[in-house]
Design a protein around this ligand. Structure first.
Ligand SMILES: [Zn+2]
Length: 251
């Protein structure tokens, strides 16, 4: 019996289910990449499924937020994020966000906007400028989209400054929030201290990783906020479970 109780308590802690007792302290951040009318894969969600998910968030009264509004007190805070700056975001998101009164933060790698990214059609600077600020927040995803674990601290600093300067030179309003490229950053030790020190110095308020956990907010770790990875193949049922548990697998 005691054994079962211990298992239950560990389960509650591991999946951060205790946050259900403190809805004001919950911050759920979703991570998406591409949207497509027909195709779906790990990084691509079909527009029809995305709409079902948005509709569910609206029905369940999730409070959509931008990072810059993160401190406003509300229940069931949710931040919806899209990485990289794909043109399909520009194509599909404005109508969906308006219809369900949601908001999205788009993390931009400026090199992708300037020079493209493989076969993907990316947004232009003009597209970024045209996004309605009531529904869209632009934020940082580094300039070159390199794994930060492979760069030294001065390379990282230079890259982030470039990311900001290019957005500024195109008159694009952005929030000083960073999504680590590939979700990767120094896991611990002196390199991590240096990284966090540099982010603070640059005025970056928060940084997001992947992690697949609901955040306890305000978090003592502003540079390690977790996002829940929503995959193209996720059923609505799976999406609902992810909103509660974050990750679905034990390991
Ligand atoms: Zn990316």
């Amino acid at each position: 019996m005691i054994f079962l109780v211990i298992i239950l308590v560990l389960f509650i802690i591991y999946f951060r289910l205790y946050l259900y007792l403190f809805p004001k302290k919950r911050l759920t951040i979703l991570m998406y990449h591409k949207i497509d009318r027909e195709a779906q894969d790990e990084l691509t969600v079909r527009v029809e499924n995305l709409e079902k998910q948005f509709k569910y968030l609206r029905e369940k009264n999730y409070q959509p937020l931008f990072f810059k509004e993160i401190h406003s007190v509300s229940r069931k805070k949710i931040i919806i994020t899209f990485d990289d700056g794909y043109y399909n975001n520009y194509e599909f998101l404005p109508a969906l966000l308006e219809k369900y009164q949601l908001k999205a933060t788009i993390f931009i790698s400026t090199d992708f906007i300037e020079n493209g990214y493989h076969e993907n059609k990316m947004m232009s600077f003009e597209d970024l400028r045209n996004l309605n600020p009531n529904y869209f927040e632009i934020a940082l995803h580094s300039h070159l989209h390199k794994n930060f674990r492979t760069l030294n601290i001065s390379e990282i600093e230079k890259d982030l400054i470039t990311n900001m300067q290019i957005l500024e030179s195109h008159q694009i309003n952005y929030s000083k929030i960073l999504a680590y490229p590939y979700g990767k950053y120094a896991k611990n030790g002196e390199n991590q201290n240096l990284l966090f020190y540099t982010l603070k110095k640059l005025g970056i308020a928060f940084a997001v990783r992947i992690g697949n956990k609901i955040n306890f907010f305000p978090d003592k770790k502003p540079y390690e906020l977790c996002r829940i990875d929503i995959k193209g193949g996720d059923s609505l049922q799976k999406f609902k479970l992810k909103l509660i548990l974050g990750k679905l697998k034990l390991f």
